[in-house]
Design a protein around this ligand. Structure first.
Ligand code: SF4
Ligand code: SF4
Length: 433
């Protein structure tokens, strides 16, 4: 049996758009923090000349990974910027010189064992490129005494509407994906890999099957296109049939899950030594005249990327980083591009039909059960909401709120417009406290 989700309009308008390099902006603001894990401290100062790929931020914290300059130019200051996650983080401001001179320190890493793999991945500044931003070296550096990891799952589902960056990664960078997979499998002695791809990307499935054909332990799984197929627990169940219980990690069931663009980056880094300094971003939405996939230097202001895609900023009402289901709405278009942004979506103000409820126009629960049917984890969203409203932590635990992935499927289907997913996120924070 497979876990099913909800049907959404795919709106993959940019699936056929080859990735274009964004022109180098005049100035970048390289954030010192990704979404998860610890941030780092700048190791350059105002007036320093920096080169492409040069390390400009680091930390001695295990959960941190360094930040590198995405451009060549001069540091004009250190500032604080708002990260889309809501954290305030330091950022290094670099005035670019347009030369894109590479740092002489860049060289392919020497990887011989697990320790050198984890060290190299940390030094590359790699974090999960699917959106969560968890430092990748921490996933690879699992405790072998405690966890018996035998399976690598590559998340190439890309189930959120609009976003096509992972799809393009498979079409444009398939060799690096296989190199990254082989490197991790060989170094960590992982027996099998499963690449999970939604079946609305037949060209990517075909190509990855061709590339994986010479390895009998790399399997490509065509998954039904339904939301949230790419949610970690759903993907693990639908590819290898293992169930991750409440508060458990994938390593508890012998699995590591990596996003396909992350593993493609690791493959490319292992050959070139060029750290994470840019990323592919889908730009789309109804105020974007030229929807596209761009490769943008990290730290580029979001507004520059939107302008490149001919966005009507004056009529843009909402800018989302990420997809429409789990993305984060930002209010400052000049926010710099962090490592975790896989798409920028810009929309005009929606037209409100006569008698339609808008904004906080929620009504009482009508006990229709649609949220329960929609939940891929088999939870009872309406009961969870009630338990959270009473701050009943025992009930929340009993109702397995820890399994909620905040996919938003319950809120999406609710005719009463209850803010279910939002409450579940608050409920998990309450339990953690
Ligand atoms: S309860 Fe959580 S996992 Fe279930 S549909 Fe709602 S947000 Fe998704
Ligand atoms: S979908 Fe909305 S109205 Fe229906 S049971 Fe769930 S919370 Fe209540």
């Amino acid at each position: 049996m497979k876990i099913n989700g909800i049907k959404l309009k795919h709106n993959k308008n940019t699936a056929a758009c080859e990735t274009i390099d964004l022109p180098i902006p005049e100035r970048v603001f390289v954030p010192m923090s990704q979404r998860m894990g610890k941030g780092c401290e700048p190791i350059v100062k105002k007036g320093d000349r920096v080169l492409v790929g040069q390390k400009i931020g680091d930390s001695d914290k295990i959960k941190a990974c360094p930040a590198h300059s995405s451009v060549s130019g001069t540091v004009t200051g250190i500032t604080e910027v708002l990260h889309p996650s809501g954290k305030v983080t330091k950022a290094v401001i670099i005035e670019t010189d347009g030369k894109q001179e590479m740092s002489p320190d860049i060289k392919p890493p020497v990887i011989t064992d697990k320790e050198s793999l984890c060290m190299a991945v940390r030094e590359s500044g790699c974090c999960g490129l699917g959106g969560a931003g968890f430092p990748t070296h921490l996933k690879l550096n699992y405790n072998e005494q405690r966890y018996k990891v035998d399976t690598l799952i590559i998340n190439a589902a890309e189930c959120e509407p609009y976003i096509t960056g992972d799809h393009r990664e498979m079409l444009e960078n398939s060799d690096d994906i296989i190199t990254g997979i082989r490197l991790i499998m060989d170094t960590l002695a992982i027996e099998n890999t499963y690449i999970g791809i939604e079946d609305n990307k037949p060209d990517a499935i075909k190509l990855m099957r061709e590339k994986a054909a010479e390895y009998d332990n790399i399997n490509v799984c065509a998954l039904r296109a339904s939301y949230p197929q790419g949610a970690e627990k759903v993907l693990i169940y639908n590819t290898v049939g293992r169930t991750v219980k409440q508060w458990e990690l994938p390593s508890d069931v012998g699995v590591i899950v990596l996003n396909v663009s992350t593993v493609g980056f690791i493959g490319s880094y292992s050959k070139t030594g060029i750290p994470l300094i840019s990323r592919r971003i889908t730009v789309d939405g109804d105020t974007v005249s030229t929807p596209c996939n761009v490769k943008a230097p990290l730290g580029t202001p979001i507004s520059e990327i939107l302008k490149f895609a001919d966005t009507d900023l004056d009529n843009t009402y909402k800018i989302l980083l990420g997809g429409p289901m789990m993305g984060i709405c930002i209010y400052d278009a000049d926010m710099p591009t962090p490592k975790t942004v896989n798409s920028i979506l810009a929309f005009k103000k929606p037209e409100v039909k006569k008698n339609e409820l808008i904004g906080s126009g929620q009504t009482a629960c009508i006990r229709c059960g649609r949220c329960i049917k929609a939940c891929p984890m088999g939870l009872m969203p309406t009961y969870l909401e009630k338990a959270y409203d009473k701050h009943d932590t025992k009930k929340l635990e009993k109702l397995n709120v820890g399994l909620c992935m905040n996919c938003g499927a319950c809120s999406y289907v609710c005719p009463a417009k209850r803010p279910l997913a939002e409450k579940h996120q608050l409920a998990k924070a309450l339990l953690r406290r």
